[in-house]
Design a protein around this ligand. Structure first.
Ligand code: ZN
Length: 340
């Protein structure tokens, strides 16, 4: 069967040398604009043959650090600085990025649960399809910059999610080392076919991600992690020269702490609806069985709070940001140190 083409169109020429900054146009006919499009910003840098990489942020619109880092990178880079081709999309789910929301306000879809997408689906499904079938096949390496968004706060880190393809895992691990995040994560167990890392695997591309802060704000440490790490990755991938680059390549941190998220037990979920009061902080080391916090019932003062305990030991790398929770909300997760 012939694969239908995406309805997203662009005047950008992905094969042309030089620096082009333009738009991916997603047809979107609404009251305000009957023949309109959603114009998703995209930059293409090309300088001869060589490696080809996709750099994207804003798959979740409320994850801001990567969006800031990639918009800055578009301004900072010239085509002559690089070898090969870079495609940079700093706010790839633009409606969500403009609204500052995780999911799109247009169709209530989460782009990172929409892969491989649908050429005739809702706007978010069409974006997923465009990544899966147009941008993805052009690029053997994907950087996909995420953060905690409004509902989570992370210790900023870079990560890979292991796939079933050992050769890809090896390439991804080398890229993660080159990214040089002081906290570097190997996530073992995610196997969701509708997420971007699986889309990369289907395209035989490595997928390198971040969780660069969160809390619904822009954290300077996370922006620096995204920007500096991306530059170091571009050297590793053969796009930039460490010695001759016009842009200074920041040195790797002296110490890298390697951690893994090994199983579902590392995650903690709210047992009741209420107000979650944590008694530990991001960066604490905790033990299995230790109290994480209490769900308080402020509308029922005589009711005892519900205890929440950790089901594994490790480093607290992610915590829920808002105080109120529903039963089943993720309250945070751990990671554990690994030797490398
Ligand atoms: Zn995200």
């Amino acid at each position: 069967m012939i694969q239908p083409r995406s309805r997203i169109w662009t005047k950008l020429d992905f094969e042309k040398d030089g620096k082009q900054v333009g738009y991916l146009h997603l047809p979107h006919s609404v009251d305000r604009s009957g023949a309109g499009t959603i114009a998703i910003p995209c930059a293409v840098f090309r300088n001869g043959s060589g490696p080809s990489s996709l750099l994207m942020a804003g798959i979740h619109g409320d994850e801001f650090e990567g969006q800031v880092a990639l918009t800055r990178l578009i301004r900072d880079l010239d085509a002559k600085d690089i070898t090969g081709r870079l495609i940079i999309v700093p706010a790839i789910n633009l409606p969500a990025a403009i609204a500052g929301t995780r999911i799109s306000p247009i169709d209530d879809r989460n782009l990172n649960r929409c892969f491989p997408g649908n050429p005739n689906g809702s706007p978010t499904e069409q974006i997923a399809y465009y990544i899966e079938t147009e941008l993805g096949p052009m690029c053997e390496s994907w950087l996909d910059l995420h953060s905690g968004g409004a509902s989570m706060a992370f210790m900023p880190y870079a990560q890979i999610i292991l796939s079933r393809d050992e050769a890809l895992n090896k390439r991804a691990l080398a890229a993660l080392e080159a990214f040089g995040a002081p906290l570097s994560v190997i996530q073992a167990f995610s196997d969701e076919p509708n997420m971007s890392n699986s889309s990369a695997t289907r395209n035989n591309a490595i997928h390198l991600g971040t969780e660069a802060g969160g809390s619904g704000s822009v954290g300077p440490d996370g922006v620096r992690l995204c920007y500096d790490g991306t530059l170091r990755s571009l050297v590793h991938l053969g796009h930039l020269s460490a010695r001759n680059s016009r842009i200074a390549i920041p040195p790797r941190p002296k110490e890298v702490r390697w951690i893994e998220i090994a199983s579902r037990d590392y995650y903690t979920y709210a047992p009741q609806a209420g107000l979650f009061e944590p008694v530990v902080k991001l960066g604490d080391m905790v033990k299995k069985g230790q109290i994480y916090g209490f769900v308080q019932f402020v509308d029922d003062p005589l009711r005892d709070p519900a205890e929440v305990r950790f089901e594994a030991s490790g480093l607290v790398v992610c915590m829920r940001h808002p105080g109120r929770c529903e039963r089943g909300d993720c309250l945070g997760h751990l990671a554990s140190d690994i030797k490398r």
